[in-house]
Design a protein around this ligand. Sequence first.
Ligand SMILES: N[C@@H](CCC(=O)N[C@@H](CS)C(=O)NCC(=O)O)C(=O)O
Ligand SMILES: [Fe+2]
Length: 431
Amino acid sequence: MTDAKISEALTVAGQPPLRAFAGLADDGFVAVVNLRPDGEDQDQPGNAAEKAAAERAGLAYRFVPVTGATITTADIRAFQQAMRDAGGPVLAHCKGGTRALTLHVLGEVLDGRMQRGEVEAFGRSHGFDLAGAARWLEREAQRRAHVEAFYEPGSGSVQYVVSDPATRRCAIIDPVLDFDEKSGSIGTASADAILAHVAREGLGVDWVLDTHPHADHLSAADYLSSKTGAPKAIGAHVTEVQKLWKAIYNWPELATDGSQWDRLFNEGDSFKVGSLEGQVMFSPGHTLASVSYVIGDAAFIHDTLFTPDAGTARADFPGGSAKALWASIQAILALPDETRLFTGHDYRPNGRNAKWESTVAEQKRANPHVVGMDEAAYVRLREARDRTLPMPKLILHALQVNIRGGRLPEPEANGRRYLKFPLDALTGAVW
Ligand SMILES: N[C@@H](CCC(=O)N[C@@H](CS)C(=O)NCC(=O)O)C(=O)O
Ligand SMILES: [Fe+2]
């Protein structure tokens, strides 16, 4: 194993054999961070075996799989978080150590502790070639749309603030209103974290956008729109979703003309975020009304494609269609290869760090729901998988709020708000 001590807190290394794990604690390490996706090499122990070996040795363990060509800001932040959580010396390894050092230096540059121009010389001083890290920073510096993601672990949702550095205007996309279904409590911590970011960065909010009426969490669009004064918008087909759920909830007074939003977007509509141009793509399948927002080189595709290792979203909610989802995915994959794709959920398969960013090229290369598929095969795969999935825990709570743009039910005479649940309206019971 090649290893290099970068600081008291961090040593980067090539693949350690499992038998070396017991000795790492004696060498003073408190944690191992594994950066290798499973299956890179035949003789690689892999995530599960490393986790077990680390536990046996009394070491903390974190799985932050990355490939050199696909590193994202989320990976860099996850690596930093793993370092902070360890609270002592960490051995971070990939195959040869370069990816580990790359994540470290990228974090240092993003946080202003290292200059972009110092990266390669720093790598050489430790015996590593960090040309890839320098290229990553170069690409990042050229981006016009700045994207900040906020992961909400309760529902595995990813909320975004996309901003125009030139005008410091932004759009908020798919914000979450916290909800504890056991106590019936509503909270605004997630939405307030977005407001705090917006204030810290001195951003003006042009839009509060939802990609679709969510079925797994309450939307904070109404809350954030009233806090910022920014208009809220969603796809125009939301009116069909309103009609569908109006019948399910037996809710005669619900307006189903979309008047709960300031703007309803159709396919091809455009809008501005500061000086950046936003384009709307109609992306039905997961829901009747789903849209994707393409802003600069960033596309917010929510529940269509997830990250390549996590496949695609389900298509079995009322109004869903695997066939329509396949067509929507093809339209997204027809965007330029380098388009950054930001997905709406991540459920952290195999306990890896949360991921939400990919590119069109990566999806075409590595998503098993895309590679070698045609419409018929995809529909078979999607429908078979959907039959195994229970309904989201909050579907009946969420829809009655989200088809009103995130507005909570009006208070009753006693000042309290109530939710309403239809019985036996949905299929997919867990028994
Ligand atoms: N366990 C989650 C499931 C949420 C869920 O169904 N998520 C949708 C997106 S809203 C999905 O596409 N899931 C894909 C999957 O679970 O494989 C919950 O109860 O909230
Ligand atoms: Fe969804």
